[in-house]
Design a protein around this ligand. Structure first.
Ligand code: FAD
Length: 487
């Protein structure tokens, strides 16, 4: 049996991993590159469930259970940091007691921590904290987990086709027999298959439209700000109904402040706006009063693929964070077509397993899911070791990336960035992008540098105050020399 999976984000790769472990041949189609959608644009929180205890209890429970499981089966992409929920004077007491009751009911561990102890550990937090609680939040290294999943499915015989866009279905009667695709060259062909799974995230509604179906996906974007220096070692959440600017997540060498939640018609991530960045900074100071003195590196938006079966309301905060698996044979008479919608990065494995169970039942496949037991291999994503002198020239000072690190990663500029973090540090690629991309072919250099430069600059301009204003001016004058861009 062969299944085509549309979209190589967390959901698609989670589905591909589950099906591959059942002995099914999988071909994953990705219109761009792995992680080009929301899965490369999130906070990196491995949810404990704490954020959704009151507003979305089933998502909260799933997040907690997956959090615990991923620590075992994908430990190299998980950092067990722990996190705090802090209630400020004046925040809703009823919400706090509902939150504590729900934690007990759902079995999510929550322990009170004295405010004195909390502020001794995190002096930067506001003095206005009334109570605080520890939760098992963690950090999910998304780029690494994506690379691990790709390696895991490929080493077991499944395939990934990047720059290959699904454009429609071929049917035999009411049964799916192939997926029409458009390749990078513009050529088209049909890939034979027995089933197809739509895991196109915010684009899932468009893919369904190509199938003649109407699926209510509500894209909603969220802005996040990245701060240089890891000044916090644990996640900090505000203890109130989820809202803008209420979470800080430490991630590698930086801290990420999130987020907003704005419904939008398009699945594409919009450019980050300065007015929103300023507002997010202001909200962040409610927890960290001195935030204005922290160096902010950039802003970036991700788009949530929220699923609202009863229709789109326009208020995306009220849409469930839970996921849904649709079997289109049941509801639309299309045998062999499935969609997996909504959910969180944290629940990607469970989403894959739920789809796998449904697909096996509908198509009479007699093999149980095994993704709970089998560890996701991390060999290819381990950093290069050895003495610095053996690793070739230093290409990116900010993230300490050497020639050997770049050689170990895939060849596209984006995968190199995800694999090594070059261009993600304080210089935002102003210097290292020339050195890293200059190692590729002469034809690709200008195009790759221009694409990366634009992407980095949009994120910088949104936070272009203070030191960043000077960096933008420097970066533009270098681009004027190397790319012939107008100043
Ligand atoms: C601001 C923000 C913060 C978040 N923070 C967290 C967090 O901290 N923790 C957490 O657990 N979750 C978080 N999430 C949620 C999580 O990131 C998403 O739920 C998850 O990444 C969605 O993955 P996906 O695979 O469904 O979608 P995507 O990652 O968008 O993948 C879909 C893929 O499909 C491809 N595609 C589209 N159309 C086609 C086509 N026709 N043919 C082939 N390929 C196609 C796209 O190119 C894309 O790569 C956050 C989300 C946002 C927006």
């Amino acid at each position: 049996m062969r299944v085509v999976v549309i979209g190589a984000g967390a959901t698609g790769l989670g589905v591909a991993w589950d099906l591959t472990l059942r002995g099914i041949e999988v071909i994953v189609l990705e219109a761009q590159e792995v992680g080009a959608g929301t899965s490369g644009r999130f906070h990196g929180l491995l949810h404990s469930g704490g954020r959704y205890l009151v507003t979305d209890p089933s998502a909260a429970k799933e997040c907690y259970q997956e959090n615990m499981l991923l620590r075992d089966i994908a430990s190299e992409a998980v950092v067990v940091t722990g996190g705090y929920f802090v209630k400020k004077y004046g925040d809703d007491d009823v919400f706090e007691s509902d939150w504590l009751n729900q934690a007990e009911k759902l079995g999510v561990p929550v322990h009170p921590v004295s405010v004195g102890d909390l502020r001794r550990e995190m002096e930067m937090l506001t003095e206005q904290i009334e109570r605080s609680y520890w939760v098992p939040d963690g950090v999910l290294e998304g780029f690494k987990m994506l690379a691990m999943l790709v390696q895991a499915i490929q080493s077991r015989g499944s395939q990934l086709l990047e720059h290959t866009k699904a454009t429609g279905l071929r049917l035999e009667g009411d049964r799916v027999s192939g997926v029409e695709v458009e390749e990078r060259s513009g050529g088209t062909r049909v890939i034979d298959c027995d089933a197809v799974v739509n895991t196109a995230g915010p684009w899932a509604g468009l893919v369904a439209r190509d199938w003649g179906l109407d699926i209510k996906v509500q894209p909603s974007y969220g802005l996040m700000l990245i701060f240089a220096n890891r000044r916090l070692d644990k996640v900090v959440n505000r203890l109130k109904s989820p809202s803008d600017g209420d979470i800080f997540v430490p991630h590698q060498e930086v801290v990420i402040l999130g987020t907003t939640d704005v419904a939008q018609p398009s699945p594409e991530a919009p450019l980050p706006r300065r007015s929103e960045a300023v507002r997010l900074m202001e909200l962040g100071t409610e927890l960290i009063p001195d935030l204005g003195s922290w160096r902010v590196l950039r802003g970036f938006n991700g788009v949530r693929p929220l699923y609202e079966p009863s229709g789109i309301t326009g208020d995306s905060r009220t849409v469930s964070r839970d996921f849904a698996v649709l079997d289109h044979s049941e509801q639309d008479g299309l045998l062999g077509a499935f969609s997996v919608l909504g959910g969180k990065w944290t629940t990607f494995r469970l989403m894959g397993e739920t789809l796998g169970n449904q697909l096996a039942k509908t198509l009479n496949v007699d093999s149980p899911g095994r993704s709970r037991e089998i560890a996701i291999d991390a060999r290819a994503t381990r950093p290069v070791t050895g003495a610095v002198g053996d690793r070739g020239a230093l290409l990116c000072e900010c993230e300490q990336v050497y020639e050997a690190d770049i050689e170990q990663t895939a060849s596209s500029a984006m995968q190199r960035r995800f694999g090594t973090w070059f261009s993600m540090g304080p210089c935002q690629g102003t210097f290292c992008a020339h050195r890293v991309l200059g190692r590729g072919s002469e034809e690709s250099f200008t195009q790759e540098l221009t694409t990366l430069r634009r992407e980095r600059e949009h994120g910088l301009v949104a936070v272009g105050w203070g030191a960043n204003a000077r960096l933008i001016a420097l970066e533009q004058s270098i681009a004027a020399q190397s790319l012939g861009e107008e100043l």
